[in-house]
Design a protein around this ligand. Sequence first.
Ligand code: TXA
Ligand code: MG
Length: 336
Amino acid sequence: MPRAAAIIRAGGLVAFPTETVYGLGANAFDAPAVARIFEAKGRPTFDPLIVHIAVRADLTRLFTDDALADPRITILADAFWPGALTIVAAARPEVPGLVRAGLDTVGVRLPRHETALALIRAAGTPIAAPSANRFGRLSPTTADHVLEQLDGRIDAILLGEATDIGVESSVVALDSSGPVRLLRHGGIPLEDLARVLADHGGIVAVAPTAQPGVPLQAPGMTESHYAPVVPLLLVTGEFPAGVTECALLAPDRATLTQLEGLAAASGATVHASVVLSEALDPVAAAAHLFERLHDLEAILLRSAVPAAKIIAAPYPEGGLGSAIADRLRRAAATPQ
Ligand code: TXA
Ligand code: MG
């Protein structure tokens, strides 16, 4: 355990059992470490990750004070923590954008499994962890499943008691108004959640109910994804006609220089220029992608030019680069 905790603190990846499925964990506040999770899983897109804590007091590091003032957090935590429930609420700004996939919210779970709790305590930090499977494969419920899929791609795997629930946690979202929303069916049945919340505004199921014999829907299908308020255009060859005010975003320095040349030639005013990493480093790029997009958006909104656009060069496909490319495509406005 001390070795696994040291790996987490040093920015490495540790697979660990929980009572639902095995997780693939990294320090939730270390954005490059979190980027490596996506790289190891081969996820072609970024889905928000669940942050695992060992003591409820750590919620103050993850949720905003406003979110924590909602009594339903205590009601749900008293009833179902430690256990298979993930609570989604407004995130503190310190939670890396990659953990939240650019959303304003973060999902948090206090698991019951002793090995998971021991790892979080020993590491001294909340641990972000998706299920420890390669993209598109089944969630792992044994260490063998994890090794089959991730051997050579992670730094350590903790052995422990079997995962007894075998399906992922139920995910609920708390908004400042309206009933709790069930985003994903999981280890805690809807009926149990509804009973506990009956006198507190109830719960509505956003996730379709699982049919007998049909696997639970893939996680990541229910959440909405970040898209900039300011239009983003992906450009390859030519600078888009009619864009006079812009901010530039490029995968690396060389591409940014090209974009700057195109912008200058077209006479556009450039309010900010950002590279995702100096040389093409997908881990570093992924780690700060959402923060960079937010920064550019903020700069353009401050410049108060209504027609301003983010002009981005596409990210090269391959490995983690495909996930970055996917998010840029999704963020891109439909062309004109
Ligand atoms: O039981 C589990 O939940 C396991 C163990 C390891 O804890 N983890 C897990 O993580 O299933 P993953 O990455 O496979 O699923 C996380 C899902 C996301 O795809 C999304 O559906 C939901 O949780 N989620 C997480 N954060 C969210 C957020 N801020 N807003 C909406 N949904 C969120
Ligand atoms: Mg999963």
